[in-house]
Design a protein around this ligand. Sequence first.
Ligand code: ATP
Ligand code: MG
Length: 224
Amino acid sequence: MNDKDYTTDTEKDIKKGRRTIQRIGIMGGTFNPIHFGHLVTAQEALGQFNLDKVIFIPTGDPPHKVGKDIASSEDRYLMTVIATASDKNFLVSRIETDRKGKSYTIDTVRELRKIYGTDATLYFITGADAILEILAWKNTEEIVSLCKFIAATRPGYNLSRMKGLEKKLFNSKNNKGEKIFVMEVPALAISSTDIRNRVKNNRPISYLLPGGVRSYILKHGLYG
Ligand code: ATP
Ligand code: MG
């Protein structure tokens, strides 16, 4: 990965010795396609947790799955770049786009930890649905030792099940301190699944996602 892609005002400050510790949000997702639910969640995390930047990380190609319903990793990466282009605190990483074979969150978090060093605080940002999936995986203890989690509210999903998991996971000796933060975000009942269905059925998708992303979908005949 190219470190130059990650140079922001914060990094310039760090180089000049004005600041040392970075607070970084990691927003993982399929982004098939990216929509305003993702963007509002990232923006809220930036403000509420005083982050220096949020790095969007679109997943790579799932084995044997690219087709009508899942756009290629390259298309999903480009749509994410288009959606975030005007915000200087939003960056997009190719870390999973360029990785061969199946991508595991743990590998991505390990790699980011290497890039940003042990002093940086990494926050993995997820919606209420995805946090449960991630915490139910293997390697959870290691992931939790490398980063904290921000669980955003999402219409249709309940965060109460998280409590049990939290107790189980965070009482181990490696994982002390608060690790999961619940974040209220303006409720947007938008999903990529619904957007794909709308495209399939010739229904409008304006105002659910950035105009540039809509144009990209139509121009390339995605999800049609
Ligand atoms: P799909 O319907 O294909 O699963 P999606 O809309 O859930 O798509 P993902 O790419 O799966 O989007 O989600 C990436 C991350 O963004 C996940 O952590 C998910 O919980 C979160 N997220 C997605 N949509 C919203 C939303 N409307 N509000 C809050 N969080 C969201
Ligand atoms: Mg999803």
